[in-house]
Design a protein around this ligand. Structure first.
Ligand SMILES: C[S@@+](CC[C@H](N)C(=O)[O-])C[C@H]1O[C@@H](n2cnc3c(N)ncnc32)[C@H](O)[C@@H]1O
Length: 221
């Protein structure tokens, strides 16, 4: 998909990369780090912003090989308290997300202002623009938590974890690409925020899951 979009000279504002993590569900591949670096480079060629999700110790391996056109803007952390791990030792409570962007890519911290701050801004009295925190707290969708969102994908992200990334980087009608969309969470957030979304997944059952969730049908096979 990334190659096709480039060949067609299509550009997107954001590419969301949430692949399997080379650990746990989805298994491991010996060339994972090289493969991911190639995917990131391909995404960077067509996007202003690229987000890369994964376990911290795994995405950290990309930091020395980021595309020079898209330096690191922020290391984001998704923090959740409700992982029911039974392993002895530290209980997993975070995922990482690298925010990469072209130096001239737009950011919209003003989308996070509350009413009082917006009023101050209108009056020219807001001395600085307070950005949102780089740690995003959102419960894992599991058991009774997030029942209404649950689609049955084994690694579904909560919409609350994706929404701030799109609020920070897009305005209505911007296009967001998620080439490994899983249950379609990026698409669901785009629908709510009025952004366009291009979605695909290599697994037929997740494409069908996304179609059901968003009430859309694919454009091709
Ligand atoms: C971590 S899940 C994504 C979850 C998704 N963000 C959500 O909230 O539902 C990873 C997805 O990437 C898909 N995937 C992995 N490698 C892929 C590839 N090379 N091309 C397309 N999809 C891929 C898998 O089928 C899986 O659904």
């Amino acid at each position: 998909m990334l190659t096709t979009l480039r060949a067609q000279r299509e550009r997107v504002t954001v590419t969301m990369l949430d692949p399997w993590y080379n650990k746990g569900i989805g298994g491991e591949r010996p060339d994972y780090h090289d493969w991911l670096a190639e995917v990131i480079a391909a995404a960077a060629r067509i996007s202003d912003h690229v987000f890369v999700w994964g376990f911290p110790e795994i995405v950290a391996r990309q930091l020395d090989r980021l595309p020079p056109t898209h330096p690191l803007q922020a290391w984001l952390t998704w923090y959740f308290k409700n992982c029911p791990s039974v392993i002895r030792g530290w209980r997993s409570a975070q995922n990482a997300c690298l925010h990469l962007a072209r130096p001239d890519a737009r950011l919209y911290p003003e989308h996070f202002l509350n009413d009082a701050q917006r009023e101050k801004q209108r009056q020219g009295k807001l001395r600085y623009l307070p950005g949102p925190p780089s740690v995003i707290e959102a419960a894992l969708i599991i058991g009774f938590i997030g029942r209404r969102e649950q689609q049955g994908h084994p690694s579904q992200k909560p919409e609350k974890a994706i929404e701030p990334l799109l609020e920070m980087t897009t305005v209505p009608d911007d296009t967001v690409l998620d080439p490994m969309c899983g249950s379609g969470t990026t698409g669901a957030v785009c629908q709510r925020l009025g952004r366009r979304a291009l979605l695909c997944d290599m697994d037929e059952k997740y494409v069908q899951m996304t179609e059901r969730r968003l009430g859309v049908t694919r454009t091709g096979r």
